[in-house]
Design a protein around this ligand. Sequence first.
Ligand code: 5RP
Length: 218
Amino acid sequence: MTQDEMKKMVAEAALEHVETGTVIGIGTGSTANHFIDGLAGIKHRIEGAVASSKTSAERLAAHGIPVLELNNVDGLSIYVDGADESNHHLHLIKGGGGALTREKIVAAASRKFVCIADESKLVDVLGTFPLPIEVIPMARSYVARELVKRGGQPVWREGFTTDNGNVILDVHNLEIMEPVKLEQELNDIPGIVTVGIFAKRPADVLMLGTPEGVKTLT
Ligand code: 5RP
């Protein structure tokens, strides 16, 4: 079974978490795309969706799924999104697609966060995947120096601009032993908009696609 087949399988299994008559939050990436495609088949059951990126909003709209603004809804029943890494506490690294800021906002506004991924994303310690950090453009060099002081090797994702008009630094060589603490510490550096560690608000459910079927961790 290919990695993409595992992503599709887990995305389809996550449809069981969709609550009828509610607005749901939708993530970004290839796994989230499979979820959006599956959601098209049950779109009559939901009021609409709030997207974490322009790309996902366009895909939802192409399927005729109503795309709503977060400001215009009271709250979201669930948020469904992929991840770049998850540990066994369901602390995540996200932002490989650069959508981390809106992903963190939509996740925060949702009662339940269902993370969907293929089994390769489950790790013991976060940090093998370079940590994406969204940064205000004029602060890029300053923030990079602050990250070096903390033992990281930041690499500017050149040519990429986020939906919010900012830049991404991908930080290599971090062994993230205390995700909640590091998320807080990095959040406090002026110029950082969002850190790709999702630990203060981890996933509530992690569904993993494996060759043996879907495994669920809570
Ligand atoms: C985008 C993300 C994605 O969830 C993450 O990159 C996983 O992507 P994929 O589902 O394509 O493996 O955080 O910002």
